[in-house]
Design a protein around this ligand. Structure first.
Ligand SMILES: [Zn+2]
Length: 521
């Protein structure tokens, strides 16, 4: 038996995923995800786009300095300042990679860059050479490659490899390719670029037509050695190739692809839940591999078949993707070690202080509800990882709601040691009235764009998790609240969003905040 060809898994959840609307993460959250990716066996982690903003830079640097066990990659446009900044962030990584991109398609050359073909080649060579002067692991991406003339694409790729690129990534930036199309581009590069054997050929597919996974698989069939993807498929617009789907397709249909990845598939579901908890972007129930219904058999005839022989209807085993049959339940007598154990199994790495805070909250919760499930623990940890300073907190509320009457709310908020109370008798319902009271006290008015209540686990005493998206000054702020009392969770979430606004206003008062640059690979 020959060893199967190894496909590298390049995860861009922290770069392409993070830049999609509503998915921004703070530093602590990015560190958690980076660590979970290492635990899962990802080969390369794209940690961010260092020049995009000071926050992006700090996050890439923190991951490069502290996370080992995978190549840590930073994105840069093909110019000196981007590449220098990327290296500044990456320099302490055990295995750094600089990822340089430059658009190559006719439409981008003409309208965006206003450069001719020769100028593009010169720019690509200059960028790759500069990156190669810093480290030996260089990835080059011709942006919008799938819409670039194949002859020209071959010229650019050959030049980039000659200049020092060790990986060449072919992005379907706009999600336009089909499997046959993507396969033919990869095959053409393998057949026509004379030095193609000196670099790994990679693929980066977007899901605008729902084809990102299929296109990535077609690329592998035609010789690609690296797949760029994200957990839960998050990313620009319709998202990126979903890591869990492409990995399980390669594994389940090994008979077709005959390749291997280094992914520990039992970590797929925990990683999916971690990213979903952190971003607040819920996974649809019928999502392949990680959706709640992905392994649920409802039809009687299926259930009957399953009881007789699982493989009649089951192509993958739930335990292979990390779906445990039942949550391990903790209760009020569970100790700190048991909690630490569950947190670790869920993919979190808590410091001693964090563990202590979460443990205290866990004890409070276990007093209110008998059984504490994994999702409850994840919700508590997520609260602990919030970054906005808790400028405003809830002191007390009274709520009177009656059919056909305007609700009355008396709300007291605390700021430092001061308390402020407002009474509101207006609004379409109790939540609306509560939010109006918050706005009056804090003096910050927002437009509520999204308001979502969902129960974290089962049963009447389940924790309610509320997520709020609020718009202020053209920016979107996310807030989250968790409590066994859904009204309290809602006010917490709304207040959390308001606290983000306050933090932002204070920051912009002290230094000017430049608009964030977006990387379009
Ligand atoms: Zn992308």
């Amino acid at each position: 038996m020959t060893t199967p060809r190894q496909i590298r898994i390049f995860d861009t959840t922290l770069r392409d995923g993070e830049q999609s609307p509503g998915c921004s993460m703070n530093m602590a959250e990015k560190m958690e995800i980076a660590q979970a990716l290492v635990d899962m066996g990802v080969d390369i982690i794209e940690a961010g786009f260092p020049i995009a903003s000071p926050g992006d830079f700090e996050a890439v640097r923190a991951i490069a300095d502290n996370v080992s066990g995978a190549v840590i990659c930073g994105l840069a446009r093909s110019n000196d300042s981007d590449i220098d900044r990327a290296w500044e962030a990456l320099q302490n990584a055990a295995q750094p990679r600089i990822h340089v991109f430059l658009a190559t398609s006719a439409i981008h050359r003409e309208f965006k860059l206003k450069m001719d073909k020769d100028e593009i080649i010169r720019r690509a060579i200059a960028g790759v050479s500069r990156a190669a002067s810093y480290c030996s692991d260089i990835e080059f991406s011709p942006e919008d490659a799938s819409r670039t003339e194949v002859d020209f694409l071959c010229r650019v790729v050959e030049a980039a490899i000659k200049a020092g690129a060790t990986t060449v990534n072919i992005p379907d930036t706009v999600g336009y390719a089909t499997p046959a199309h993507m396969g033919s581009v990869i095959r053409a590069l393998r057949e026509r670029v004379p030095n193609m054997d000196k670099a790994v050929l990679s693929v980066h597919c977007h899901n605008d037509l729902g084809l990102a996974v299929a296109n990535s698989l077609a690329a592998v069939e035609n010789g690609a050695g690296q797949i760029e993807c994200t957990i839960n498929g998050i990313g620009e617009r319709a998202g990126n190739c979903s890591l869990e789907e492409v990995v399980m397709a390669l594994r389940t249909r090994h008979d077709v692809y005959q390749v291997a990845t280094g992914i520990v598939t039992q970590r797929l579901v925990p990683a999916s839940r971690l990213v979903s908890n952190i971003t607040g972007m819920h996974v649809q129930r019928n999502k392949a591999i990680v959706g709640r219904n992905a392994f649920a058999h409802e039809a009687g005839i299926h259930q009957d078949g399953m009881l007789k022989e699982r493989t009649t209807y089951e192509i993958m085993r739930p335990e292979d993707v990390g779906l445990t049959k039942a949550d391990l339940v903790l209760g009020k007598h569970s100790g700190r070690a048991a909690l630490a154990d569950r947190a670790k199994a869920l993919g979190y790495h808590l410091s001693t202080e964090q563990l202590q805070t979460v443990f205290e909250q866990f004890k409070d919760l276990a007093d209110k509800k008998k059984e504490v499930y994994d999702a409850d623990i994840a919700a508590l940890i997520e609260l602990e990882m919030r970054d906005a300073p808790e400028t405003w907190t809830i002191a007390n509320y009274r709520l009177l709601a009656e059919t056909g009457q305007a609700p009355t709310v008396t709300l007291t908020l605390r700021r430092g040691s001061d308390e402020f109370t407002e009474e509101v008798s207006a609004g379409d319902g109790p939540f609306d009235a509560m939010f109006r009271a918050v706005e009056r006290i804090t003096g910050i008015e927002v437009v509520c764009k999204d308001f979502n209540v969902h129960s974290v686990t089962v049963g009447k005493d389940a924790l309610a998790e509320v997520t709020v998206e609020a718009e202020h000054g053209g920016d979107i702020y996310r807030g989250r609240g968790v409590s066994t009392d859904s009204v309290e969770a809602s006010v917490q979430a709304f207040l959390n969003a308001i606290n983000h606004v306050v933090a932002h206003l204070e920051r912009s008062a002290t230094h000017s905040v430049a608009p964030k640059v977006v990387g379009n690979v």
